[in-house]
Each structure stands twice: as C-alpha cells, then as structure tokens.
Design a protein around this ligand. Structure first.
Ligand code: PMP
Length: 281
C-alpha cells in the first residue's frame, strides 16, 4: 500500500511523523475524507473546496494549489487501484519547536494522504441503525473540518459503548448534527436539518441531499429542531461520506416512526444511488 507524505509516494511502513508536528501535538490541522466508487471519486471538487475553506479559516497554508493537490490524490488512487474506498488526506501547520503561537512563515505544512478499501455499509443502510442523544460540548467553530475531534470522539464513544452506530448531538434543546454525520428528521413529508452555521460541519453529503430534494420536489427546510421534535419525527436519518443516507430507527431505545427505515429516507437512498452512478468521475 502506497501513501502520500509531503510530496512523495512511499510505502505505508516507511511513513513517519515528526514528534513536533503540530498536527500530532495540537491537532493543528485539517482533513477530508473523499469517497471512491468503482474507481471514480465522488464530489471531489466539493471536498477540495471545503479543505481550502477550512485552511483559510485556520490561517493555514496548504503547500499545493487545489488543482495540483487534486491530481496528486487522483494519482494515489490510481497507484493503489482503489475500487470502492476512500482517500483520507490531512494538512497540518507543519513541524516546529513546540509553542502555541504559529511558527514563522517559512515552516511548510505537512501533508499526508492514503487510501483505504471501504465497502458501502449496505446491511445497515437497509436495516437502519440506532443512535444515542449526547450533549454537544464541542467548540463554536464546528464549521472547520479540523483534526481536533475530541468532542466528537467522546460523544461517539459514549454511543458506541452502548452498541449504537451514532451519537446525535444537541446543544441544549437544539439538535445540531451527528458526531461524524449530519442529522435530519422528516415530519409530514418535509425534511428538516440544522442550518449551515458555525455549529455544524457543512457536509458534502448534506449538500447532495439538498440538491436531490430540490430537483425531485421534496421539501427541504434548513431549520433547527428540538430534541422532542426529533423523538416524535416520522423518520430520522444521518448522512456522511461513508454512511451516505443512513436511516436511524431507534434513538435512546425509543422507536422512531414505525421503527423501520421510512419512505422518504428510502427514496433519498435510491436518488443518492442514481447520483453516484452518474457523477462519480
Ligand atoms: N458532521 C461531522 C461532525 C462530520 O464529521 C461529518 C463527516 N466528515 C459530517 C458532518 C458529514 O460530512 P460529509 O458529508 O462531508 O462527509
């Protein structure tokens, strides 16, 4: 397995991280996960754009331009012959003697990328998954896809340790998103999801869903909703690059709707599949 480290393609076993890399010490960096379907990337441009937006928000400089970086990643995908998988990439603020403030401008960011096989979680997508409500204790810049994921990890672990697929986060009474996904509910045929603010990550899958809704006459409302609205919704689903459109059939042990994947969720799954077939390039 070949990985990309600071401009070079090397063997996974040869890859090394400096002990004073700011990503390693502070989580001072950003990342993306991009889907590969049948050897083609899906919504890669959107992911790359978000990466550069995250970089700007962090005042972090990515050593390559967007087009250059994109072709480097496509090359890596080819070299590894990825069929159904992901490419993970991260950029940190580089290596310098440990200090909180940013290093001087001549320190170049560290870039790592690797691929991984990742089949579509077909069984869970068909059966639906369960989730646990967890208080959202993360910071106020959840719009940045930063390596600092401790708040997300603590929430996910709390859910996973009880056998749940996802933690659905709420800030006080308002549902924000999943620990590694966006959260949606369906009520009377209308899809609701948290508006794009600093409190959520603007998910690429979320944007695909919004577009699918718009083009297929499904009502999509970017409006906050409460925990009790979530619990009494007709349907709930989460969405992410790796989970696609994932039905949530039980939250905190309580069935949502009929306790099976709902009609709107299933329709979105099939529209999403169609889009994958058309747009993976
Ligand atoms: N929110 C959070 C906190 C996430 O970690 C993710 C997955 N990266 C998402 C939402 C979904 O984003 P995307 O659809 O771009 O994978």
């Amino acid at each position: 397995n070949t990985v990309f480290v600071n401009g070079e393609l090397i063997d996974r076993d040869k890859a090394k991280v400096d002990i004073e890399d700011r990503g390693y010490q502070f989580g001072d960096g950003i990342y993306e996960v991009i889907r590969v379907y049948d050897g083609n990337t899906f919504t890669m441009k959107e992911h790359m754009e978000r990466l550069y937006q995250s970089a700007e928000k962090m005042k972090l400089s990515i050593p390559y331009g967007e087009e250059d970086f994109t072709s480097k990643l496509l090359h890596l995908i080819n070299v590894n012959g990825v069929k159904d998988g992901i490419v993970y990439l991260q950029v940190t603020r580089g290596v310098s003697a440990r200090q909180h403030h940013f290093p001087s401008g001549d320190v170049v960011g560290s870039v790592v990328a690797y691929t991984k096989d990742f089949p579509v979680p077909a069984h869970q997508m068909e059966q639906g998954v369960t989730a646990k409500l967890v208080e959202d204790i993360r910071w106020l810049r959840c719009d940045i896809k930063s390596l600092n994921l401790l708040g997300n990890l603590l929430a996910k672990q709390e859910a996973a340790s009880e056998g749940h697929f996802e933690a659905i986060l709420h800030r006080g009474d308002t549902v924000t998103e999943g620990s590694s996904s966006n959260a949606f509910m369906v009520k009377d045929g209308i899809i609701y999801t948290h508006p794009v603010t600093n409190l959520i990550l603007n998910g690429i899958t979320r944007r695909v869903i919004e577009d699918l809704c718009r083009k297929n006459g499904i009502s999509f409302q970017e409006e906050t909703f409460s925990v009790s609205e979530l619990m009494t919704a007709d349907e709930v689903f989460i969405a992410s690059t790796t989970s696609e459109v994932m039905p949530v059939v039980k939250i905190d042990g309580q069935e949502i709707g009929e306790g099976t994947p709902g009609a709107v969720t299933k329709r979105l799954q099939s529209l999403f599949n169609e889009r994958k077939g058309k747009e993976a390039r």
